[in-house]
Design a protein around this ligand. Structure first.
Ligand code: PMP
Length: 363
């Protein structure tokens, strides 16, 4: 048995052991071909089957309707910050951005290089974000090319549970850190994108789910490689795709399916989050979650201790007990517990037991 620790890192993040072990088996000799999965041609039948299975799993697990394209792109989620407006923000138009954290700030920054964009809301107060806005706080432009939200704010630990209603304006979502955490109604979105390295697999690939009419409407005065239509037309195989990243996504999605799909993921994730926030709240004189209750992320829980020295001690002692990746983002401080789909509930239970002990010993 390999030695594994409990990894609460924000991404690249822990993966299901079954997905890793499958890769270990396939790495040297893929299904008796005498060639590893990463050495197979991206145009050969072995890889083709992996590609098709990954898309089929995405379609069934996420319930992706027929009028959507599934694209695998490179450049990460930050690549999409640029590629999205390059495609869907025509000259003269304006896009709406709901600003709820560092990632949405960076997203609008890129849009402003391409064209016009405005803040439809921002929950920035005193250098940080402690909640997502309610629907009635949104100042939406009915003529916007699209409206963009970040469904889960990985750094500040906030999450949308009720998505805005943008009427006929396409809703675009960066779901990098919470895609597939629960069942999803894809038809409410014009476009969804997510870097794979949290809930879907390994770094190197970005999933884009986009309504076909938006692909068609996309600008043509940008290089072909950045046009969504090129990828849609070529099934994301216009050039050499990161085959291993797609393969790993397939392994992870196979695991999700075996667990019972997204209903099972939601039950599992809610259970972990309840345990974690329960431990924070029961020792409220010691642990303090800066996030408003209704915005508390199920994926990334952040909390503070009475001092930075105690926070450092907490992280160090947890590490000595083989619980790693708990240091908060440098811009937010504190402790951050990332509990993506693959995090086992027993991992969170172990952390919760440590939190109780630590509060008693240091409070
Ligand atoms: N958006 C969100 C919500 C993220 O959490 C991250 C990465 N942590 C990014 C965008 C940037 O992703 P990438 O590194 O794939 O560009």
């Amino acid at each position: 048995m390999a030695h594994r620790v409990i990894n609460f890192a924000p991404g690249p993040a822990t993966l299901p052991l079954a997905a890793l072990e499958e890769a270990q088996r396939d790495l040297v000799d893929y299904r008796g071909t005498g060639i590893s999965i990463v050495e197979h041609s991206h145009r050969g039948k072995d890889y083709e089957a992996v590609h098709a299975e990954t898309k089929a799993l995405l379609t069934s697990l996420l319930g992706i309707p027929d009028d959507y394209e599934i694209l695998f792109m490179q450049g990460g989620a930050r690549g999409q910050f640029a590629i999205l407006p390059m495609n869907l923000l025509p000259a003269g138009a304006s896009a709406d951005y709901v600003i709820t954290g560092t990632w949405s700030e960076k997203a609008i920054e890129e849009a402003l290089i391409v064209g016009r964009a405005r803040e439809a809301a921002s929950t920035y107060v005193d250098g940080r974000y402690t909640r997502v806005p309610s629907r009635d706080e949104l100042d939406l432009d009915a003529g916007a090319a699209y409206a963009h939200i970040t469904t889960n704010n990985t750094i500040f630990g906030t999450q949308f549970f009720d998505y805005p209603d943008t009427g006929s304006v396409p809703l675009v979502a960066d779901m990098s850190s919470d895609i597939a955490w629960r069942p999803l109604d894809v038809s409410r979105f014009g476009l969804i994108y997510a870097g794979a390295q949290k809930n879907l697999g390994v770094a190197g690939i970005t999933l884009v789910i986009v309504r076909k009419d938006l692909v068609e409407r996309g600008r043509k005065d940008i290089p072909h490689i950045f046009q969504y239509r090129t990828l849609a037309k070529e099934d994301s195989l216009q050039n050499t795709i990161p085959t291993f990243a797609v393969y790993m996504m397939r392994n992870v999605l196979r695991w999700v399916k075996e667990q019972g799909g997204l209903d099972a993921m939601e039950a599992r994730n809610r259970r972990k989050a309840e345990a974690l926030y329960g431990a924070v709240d029961e020792a409220s004189e010691f642990y303090r979650c800066p996030v408003e209750r209704g915005s508390r992320s199920v994926m990334n829980a952040v909390f503070r201790l009475p001092s930075e020295a105690l926070e450092a001690k907490f992280v160090a002692e947890a590490k000595a007990r083989e619980m790693v990746g708990l240091k908060g983002h440098r811009s937010a401080g504190g402790v951050r517990v990332s509990m993506y789909n693959a995090m086992e509930p027993t991992g969170v239970e172990q952390l919760v037991a440590f939190m109780r002990e630590f509060a008693k010993a240091n409070g």
